[in-house]
Write a protein that binds this ligand. Structure first.
Ligand SMILES: Cc1ncc(COP(=O)(O)O)c(C=O)c1O
Length: 340
């Protein structure tokens, strides 16, 4: 099978496995795991933030960030297409008593400043308190520019709001923009980044921000059962991910473009523009249910984000030959689906 469902399907590299086997560990609940401490310091440096905290997943990183920034009855402003709103079980509400105000993402993944402004609540006992804006970069593979992120940061500071960045794939954005990752996070109060996606580590995310924010996030991590003990074995893989897997993300972006170019030759499909490592397409004549079935039967795992759109994600472990094969499978499956 060729697996293009997500960049989360990657397996750890040989260098990661070696580093995991050799990792120096300690009890991280006592703050005594040297490898976790090294990872946290490294990330704080890379993001130019005061401190960082290792967590098991992107969802936990986002959740502890929201719990650290907000009190019960506070409100976050977030895009309707953003992971925090769509795919994290409404953890902010169910666990934090945090209310959510959603606005439509623009086609480029951004949230228009004017709409963020309209979503801010009056100072009135009827209303929750607007506390935090959440943006996502990359957002469904689309890249938020540094200028945009900085403009939201300026806006938040002028309006007494905080800004959280779900940067699960911020290194993909940095690769596409050819900018150091620190420049994309300089205006946010907190960032969450995943090691377990394009960077191919088996587990782990980091949150970074001020010392005070990390102190609160650390408490929240304990609350949600996310404290770990000798998890330096995991952090070791994440350090290797940062040292060896960032530069190769361009390969994933090139493969995504190659894939999209191939798919554009299939008359039955509409292929969306590619920005990083994700390719989205739909069928010109309706839903993709039969096509999805046919892809699987022909040896390709893909993800249908809804009834009409298919998402393919390129990642470590795929060769150019796999991309060509994937195009052939989709071409064949599209013809088959058109016949039935
Ligand atoms: C943008 C974004 N944020 C957060 C997450 C959550 O990460 P995890 O699956 O590690 O909880 C994902 C997962 O795909 C994601 O795509």
């Amino acid at each position: 099978m060729i697996d293009l469902r997500s960049d989360t399907v990657t397996k750890p590299t040989p260098a990661m496995l070696k580093a995991m086997a050799k990792a120096e560990v300690g009890d991280d609940v006592y703050g005594e795991d040297p490898t976790i401490n090294r990872l946290q310091e490294k990330c704080a440096d890379l993001f130019e933030k005061e401190a960082a905290l290792f967590v098991v997943s992107g969802s936990m990183g986002n959740l502890v960030s929201l719990l650290a920034h907000c009190q019960r009855g506070d409100e976050i402003i977030v895009g309707k297409c953003n992971h925090i709103f769509l795919w994290e079980q409404g953890g902010a509400a169910s666990l934090g008593g945090i209310h959510t105000s959603t606005i439509d993402n623009r086609k480029d993944g951004t949230l228009p400043l004017a709409e963020i402004e309209s979503a801010i609540r009056f100072d009135d006992p009827h209303c929750p308190i607007s506390r935090l804006v959440c943006i996502e970069n990359t957002q469904d593979g689309r890249v938020l520019s540094k200028e945009y992120t900085d403009s939201v940061g300026d806006f938040c500071r002028s309006n007494n709001l905080l800004l959280h960045l779900d940067g699960a794939r911020i290194y993909n954005a940095a690769t596409a923009l050819k900018l150091p990752v620190k420049s994309l996070v300089s205006s946010v109060d907190s960032i969450q980044m995943c090691f377990s996606k394009g960077l191919a580590a088996p587990v782990g995310s980091i949150v970074a921000g001020s010392k005070d924010f990390i102190r609160k996030a650390h408490r929240a991590r304990k609350l949600v059962g996310g404290s770990m003990r000798q998890a330096g074995v995991l952090a070791a893989a994440c350090i290797v991910a940062l040292d060896t897997m960032v530069d190769r993300l361009q390969e994933d972006h090139d493969n995504a473009r190659l894939l999209a170019e191939g798919l554009k030759n299939i008359p039955e499909l509409n292929v969306e523009p590619v920005h990083t490592n994700m390719v989205f397409f739909s069928k010109k004549d309706g839903d993709v249910t039969k096509l999805m079935q046919s892809l699987k039967e022909n040896g390709l795992f893909a993800n249908n984000v809804d009834k009409y759109r298919v998402r393919l994600v390129t990642h470590y472990g795929l060769e150019k030959a796999d991309i060509k094969k994937a195009v052939d499978i989709i071409s064949k499956a599209s013809r088959q689906a058109a016949k039935v």
